[in-house]
Design a protein around this ligand. Sequence first.
Ligand SMILES: O=CCCC(=O)O
Length: 454
Amino acid sequence: MKKSITTKNPYTGQVLKDYQYHSENDIENILNSADKTFEKWRTTDIKHRTDLLQNLANLLEQHKEKYAKLMMEEMGKPLNQGIAEVEKCAKLCDFYIANADHFLADQIIETEAKESFISYDPLGVILSIMPWNYPFWQVFRFAVPTLTAGNVGLLKHASNTTGSALKIENIFIEAGYPKGCFQTLLTNHDTIESIIGNKTIKAVTLTGSEKAGRSIAEVAGKNLKKTVLELGGNNACIILDDANLDKYIDTIVKARMQNNGQSCIAAKRFIVTENIYDQFLELFTKKIKNLTIGNPDSKDTYISVMAKESLAEELENQVEKSLEKGATIHYGNERKNAYYQPTIITNVSSNMPIFKEETFGPVAAVIKVKNKQEAFKTAANSRFGLGTMVFTENIKEVYKEISNIPDGAFFINEMVKSDPRLPFGGTKASGYGRELSKEGILEFVNTKTVYINK
Ligand SMILES: O=CCCC(=O)O
């Protein structure tokens, strides 16, 4: 097994830093410290925990440029998008400062008992396995509600964002959290099975690929430990004949291209009815051609490199295989190292990788359909179930489709996006469980029935 992690700037190709993996002994100490900390932390009151959240929010606001720079160096995120990501983490803290208290309060249920209620007790040490695409946001959206509910957290971050992982651990300490409340594990996948099997770990959450989700769920299942899985997606973006393109085209472009196209909830399949198809394609192409491409350290840059060259190669492979099956490049498709040019592909059919699989980069698959009915049928033809978005001026008509879409989210005239106030998660091969909102904070609690007889 490799003993260290080397991080590399995907834009410059320069090595950033070497990190030694934790030894078996280190991991044991980290688990013990988490376990001990939990015993005290779980008894702290909610006021104390939300005060610490305020400190977190302040630190995030204060140092957002610095943290955005770290993400930019490690995975190529354009600086402005990194700053927005850190700001969103601060907003997440604000949301739970305002709401954790009533989300976690006992719920009185009237029965024939003298008193009966539901109480929400923390579970203990929760392991999180997180990806590199939103190195701060994904971690905070796990840690903020989970710790506020009285649990403690461990983080196994993607290796290319190890600097961000250690920085986040530090931010929690600076904010005043006890040392064992949030710790980073520097390890690789080989040790995960034994960590999940350790009696200290009470539950696991993973944001990542379907493959990783299946393997973590299998190990956790064997150990009877709860999992929350937020996996891949290939969201449909339906454009109906009456869509207001002038108003929404920038949102539609952002839905695919933000974060260099590396988002689980990005629009990946653009399903367009035939009467608006030519108009859509012309406008979409014009906007995509105008995206500012360059060094992620410029605040004007919208598209930079992907997080790793191997990811750009993988995307190229999916595109090549789709071209062999008859797809056409409408625009773009140049690749150089980790850079992948924003690309539009037409003549896409359902047997192609760019339709069936998740494309994790700036490639838009555009599919022409006859009418609304065919559009929804095509959208639902997916193993994944993160979200669907529809652009139309006839909201009433589309309303009827809400219960027919089996996804975790359905957005009309807006891109599918995460928001601290709303539950976030998928169905089918996109996973299960919810993050954010009230549902998210209640994922890692023991929902306890208390019954006191007369
Ligand atoms: O990659 C998936 C998550 C993206 C987000 O929460 O905005």
